[in-house]
Design a protein around this ligand. Sequence first.
Ligand SMILES: *Cc1c(COP(=O)(O)O)cnc(C)c1O
Length: 398
Amino acid sequence: MSEHDEYGFDTRAVRAGQQRSNFNENSEALYLTSSFVHESAAVAAKRFSGELDGNVYSRFTNPTVSMFQDRLAALEGMESCVATSSGMSAVLTAAMALLRAGDHVICSHSVFGSVITLFDKNLRKFGVDTTFVSATDPSAWAAAVKPNTRMLFVETPSNPTMEVSDMAALKQVATNAGALFVVDNCFCTPAIQRPVEFGADLVIHSATKFLDGHGRIVGGAVVGSKQLVMGEVYGFLRTAGPSMSPFNAWVALKGMETLSIRMEAQSKRALQLARWLEAHPAIERVLYPGLESHPQFELAKRQQSASGEFLAGAVVSFVVKGGREEAWRVVDATKMISITANVGDTKSTITHPASTTHGRISKEAREAAGIGEGLLRVSVGLENAADVQADLARGLAA
Ligand SMILES: *Cc1c(COP(=O)(O)O)cnc(C)c1O
């Protein structure tokens, strides 16, 4: 654990992991170099063998990337972090490092669409079998356990249906099965929820989302104990190279400095929008864990109060009465909100998951995940709440 553990979350977000060069810069330096120079052949040999610490090659050691990794580990309250080129490569890296042919995975139905494809198609090709179950029914997870179950993978709240999974209950299932418990903490970030407190062995991030927070980069991370992360996970990254670029690490490092104030401000705007949508006659249902009507409201409150205050996050999904035509009309009537699938930006975004992020998975898998044709997902940014509301009101009134 770092020297920064004695500090509060916001202090760690600004300062943890910083390594100053001999120029004593105040802001973190960006090291754009592919390799590092050694004093001698003998020193080079020792650095390559790991006998001597130090930077070797930016596929697996770069000071800017190290600062990002140390900062994110400090925020999650976990020992170690390996940064990756994207959130998806973080999932891939964890799977390649910790699974082998013949292993079985249990994964929630309601996860990011590419995660379903990765487990169901790509990893199945290599003999890893995945069973998909309901995010909200721990007994379904327990029933899916097989003698070779090696990993439980959940995303909470889930994208895009905002289902909240009981992490402590799933950890119990994982422990009983002798399996690893992996949590994708993309939607909350450690500013709102720290999965380690509920037993997560590994936390997955897409730095693309709220960690950067301004929609500028694609990146990811695997966070966990030193033993898990610096062993096989780091080893896979070093060998295979799904690495984060120093530039992207630098951008995300600066993004993290404002993480908690953004998560708070965006969550508050999102709650306001969710309440307004819930009262709107053209809306069938609003899926937002901050609403009392959410089926896992109490659970969300327990899990998403890391800041000392219950924050439900910036993503609000809702079902428009009718179907695809009515939903697309809302999207097309916007003048300000960005029509794009990304989330976690300061700019509010809107997407129709059934035809975009979850368009490549089968209709059955979509239905199992509760992604209907009327569903829309909004990631609430930092614009005035009234302007976001007015932009959605137009298509809903039509
Ligand atoms: C975006 C996202 C991912 C994948 O991250 P990329 O950076 O796009 O590869 C994984 N999980 C969740 C919840 C996401 O929103």
